[in-house]
Design a protein around this ligand. Sequence first.
Ligand SMILES: Cc1cc2nc3c(=O)[nH]c(=O)nc-3n(C[C@H](O)[C@H](O)[C@H](O)COP(=O)(O)O)c2cc1C
Length: 370
Amino acid sequence: MPSLFDELVLKDVRLKNRVGVSPMCQYSAIDGIPNAWHHAHLGSLTHGGAGLVVAEATAVSPEGRITPGCTGLWNDSQLEAFRPIAQYIEAHGAVPGIQIAHAGRKASANKPWEGDNHMPPDDPRAWQPIAPSAVPFGANLPRVPREMTRDDIVRIREAFAATAKRALEAGFKWLELHFAHGYLGQSFFSPLANKRTDDYGGSFENRARFLLETLAAVRAVWPERLPLTARLGVIDFVEGEQPLEESIELIRRMKSGGLDLIDVSMGFNTPDISQVPWAEHAFLVPIAQRIRNEVGIPTATSWNISDAKKSDGFIVDGQLDLIFLAKALLDDPHWPYHAAQKLGRPTPQQVLPAQYAYWLKRQPKRSEPN
Ligand SMILES: Cc1cc2nc3c(=O)[nH]c(=O)nc-3n(C[C@H](O)[C@H](O)[C@H](O)COP(=O)(O)O)c2cc1C
């Protein structure tokens, strides 16, 4: 069995280890264009030694941004700004990935540190969110979205494909479709958000349709040699959600449709997160392992993973193929390097870029237990 610091080969892409930087919105773009902050943020996480660095939820259309500060990839200015970032990540030892997204009914919000709520409709920066049904999320996101027409559905599906093409042109080698966290893809799948009565709502087949059609449209333009992955919210921990078996069946169908890896996450389709077992370390791993076993697809997950030895165990024991970290990396951007020290392998030279590794090679291993 491989360990945390063994390579992961998926299609023609080779990750130097099994640690991925989970996508993290920075809410710091103007007109969807990434800037020096995004370069420094993704660069510093690359320096820390992760095998894969996935850029934040990047909108496929202007109204698909969560906030006015979110990145987008619906035009060529955005493409040109992403290009040096992807090149930089790759030049310093990680595989550059990007998550593409549409925020659905959660769009048109303030930045988290400026309220984390819907902008009032009369705010000049606000826009009309769209969603499968005219059902608001509630709590801090009360705006009633406009129900999408069939033309909207086709337009957004094609926007995902056009964005995937731009991501390829910008130099990304790993693509993640954002079908989680209560955003558009997720809310088509969830009976809590999707109340449609046409063939995009109701039955499992109908609620899965937008996600499978979007996957197909993207697979048609994203090369076979590169991994196409998705993040799916498989569970909400609330009453009225779809059974886990439906999520597993959807992943099985996505695999048949050309999905190369599933990144298991949560639904966040309602403001009620009281039953999420937040305190448990790596609480989604047993669910991810079940999906890995039942579907037979390379599987990753995140949420409350921070312990190097346990992370190594998840890979060695065949529970996961890849681990995504977010907050642990904000806390310690050199988490992979420190994990390698704790595990006694590999050498810092195999984790860090040469500019850092050369100076640190004589540093003794950390001896404290993890
Ligand atoms: C600042 C921040 C921004 C995030 N933005 C995204 C995002 O763009 N897309 C996404 O799927 N998840 C996003 N997440 C969720 C993380 O990718 C990750 O799944 C989650 O934080 C759980 O991992 P952790 O316990 O290591 O933080 C974000 C998390 C943080 C902390």
